[in-house]
Design a protein. Structure first.
Lengths: 249, 260
């Protein structure tokens, strides 16, 4: 059974058609990446999946009792609101302090608990958002362009962390990116969106799909080939995947 | 019994401080100052309607403030160009209220008391209303604290955590209406919004956590109320403005000390 699926989502803002019959599903333990050009409806789709916006037509199905973790593009923190990192991690529910410490270590923000959230760097803020999402023990983690505002090494490190987390915790990941190179390598499945799903499949399949080429051009091929190599190394994810699924119930 | 009415006045001021501290913090964090203005100004219309229908003034102001709050909150979620619309609503409600009050009962109503507050005339029954309102608002905010805070930080994060931000916004609107209704007697319609914003803003400089900011806002509000009361009693100045001046002095003091 899918953790989360969408059927025929339609969404318009006034005359602007943002989503036009989008259907998709995320299964336990898999990494699904949503790619698409700017303004293709990626963020709107995420908002529909998390429940922030209600689609005009179509439905979103969640596995009953699904634990969902969400990492937004960025956190618009009003400077008038003083809050430390630990307080933030304990919202809306108090967490076991030992687990908080462990997750902070895992996400690379150990020792920053007493810092003001506003005083963190962009990368640290994204890690804090990730840590907070993980503390809810999600079965599915949704990340909306989580590396916006990070430099390239920071971005690569962030995605490595995500992959490690998937291996350790066996959670499913649905992430959005307009940055094809880094993301596609780590994915089991790529969905290419331009208001509707124009192609879908393994990174290889999507890379070779004419619809994808039409959207992104031939120019990215070199970069993709580079990361493709990396992907082949990690391919045993797909095999390990079944065990995790069973283990996770 | 000179002391008696002073004691009542002091308790009234402290009651208001308890109610506005945490709520005012949310008003500051969520940039809802316009919201406080609009609901507070509308309360004069509530006074007029209460006189027309012979219901207690508190009930009239509560109803109108709540109505205004709901309208404003609905408009905000529709995301139109809000600035002018809110100004129109807020000032029309105030003006209509002033006109209506003058029609209703001529010279018998002391309009100044509603505009600027009349803390020295607070009776035991007023005190019961004020503390009842303060207790209700505190209970509401304490009950919803984590959910309110989460949806203030990010509505998207709140939704993903299973919180409905619309519901939390409604709770703040309700709390705001109650505060307006009970604070009218003490600081007056024109300056209720000031009591929401100034103590909380002064508290920001002293706080490292949301909880600390809410508590500091209560303390600063209480000190302002007592100091303003002294000013009002000693120099026969209007109560509401005196309390707000005291809060403003504390705000300035905190700002200067933080820079030093």
């Amino acid at each position: 059974m899918s953790l989360l699926s969408a059927e025929g989502l339609h969404l318009s803002y006034g005359d602007l058609k943002v989503l036009d019959g989008v259907s998709l599903a995320v299964d336990p333990g898999e990494i699904v990446t949503l790619v698409g050009p700017n303004g293709s409806g990626k963020s709107s789709l995420v908002k529909a999946l998390t429940g922030v916006v209600t689609p005009d037509r179509g439905r979103v199905f969640r596995k009953p009792g699904l634990r969902l973790g969400y990492v937004p593009q960025k956190l618009a923190l009003d400077p008038s609101l003083p809050i430390t990192v630990s307080r933030f991690l304990n919202l809306p529910r108090r967490r076991d302090p030992k687990r908080v410490e462990k997750v902070m270590e895992d996400t690379g923000i150990a020792g920053l608990g007493d810092r003001q959230l506003a005083a963190l760097s962009g990368g640290q803020t994204q890690r804090a958002l990730l840590a907070r999402a993980l503390l809810g023990e999600p079965e599915l983690l949704i990340l909306d362009e989580p590396t916006t505002g990070l430099d390239q090494p920071g971005e690569a490190a962030f995605y490595r962390q995500i992959e490690t987390l998937r291996e350790e915790m066996g959670l499913a990941i649905f992430m959005v990116s307009h940055d094809l190179h880094v993301v596609m390598a780590a994915s089991d499945r790529v969905i290419c969106l331009n208001h509707h799903v124009c192609c879908e499949g393994t990174p290889h399949v999507v890379r070779d799909a004419p619809e994808y080429r039409a959207l992104f051009g031939e120019g990215t091929r070199g970069a993709l080939a580079l990361y493709q190599h990396h992907h082949d190394h990690d391919h045993d994810h797909a095999h390990g995947h079944d065990d995790k699924e069973a283990h996770h119930g | 019994m000179v002391d008696d009415f002073l004691v009542r006045a002091a308790f009234a001021g402290i009651g208001i401080a308890v109610a506005v501290g945490p709520l005012g913090s949310f008003v500051v964090w969520r940039r809802m100052a316009y919201f406080g203005d609009a609901t507070a100004h509308a309360s004069i219309l509530g006074v007029a309607l209460a006189l027309v229908f012979s219901v207690p003034v508190t009930i009239g102001t509560l109803a109108v403030a709540l109505g205004m709050g709901l309208v404003v909150s609905w408009l905000v979620t529709r995301g139109h160009a809000m600035d002018a619309t809110l100004g129109v609503l807020s000032h029309s409600a105030l003006a209509a209220g002033l006109v209506a009050v003058s029609f209703v009962s001529g010279a018998r109503v002391d309009l100044n008391a509603f505009l600027f507050g009349d803390i020295l005339a607070v009776g035991w029954d007023d005190l019961a209303v004020i503390w009842g309102g303060a207790a209700l608002v505190s209970a509401l905010i304490l009950w919803r604290w984590s959910a309110l805070l989460t949806s203030t930080l990010s509505e998207d994060l709140a939704v993903a955590s299973g919180i409905d931000p619309r519901r939390e916004r409604l709770i703040l609107t309700l709390a705001l209406a109650v505060v307006v209704a009970v604070a009218l007697k003490v600081v007056g319609a024109l300056l209720i919004a000031a009591m929401l914003i100034i103590p909380a803003s002064a508290a920001r400089g002293l706080s490292r956590s949301p909880e600390a900011m809410a508590i500091w806002a209560v303390l600063i509000g209480a000190v302002s109320a007592v100091a303003g009361l002294g000013l009002s009693f000693g120099f026969d100045t209007p109560a509401g403005p005196s309390i707000v001046v005291a809060a403003a002095v504390i705000f300035a003091g905190v700002s200067v000390l933080r820079r030093a």
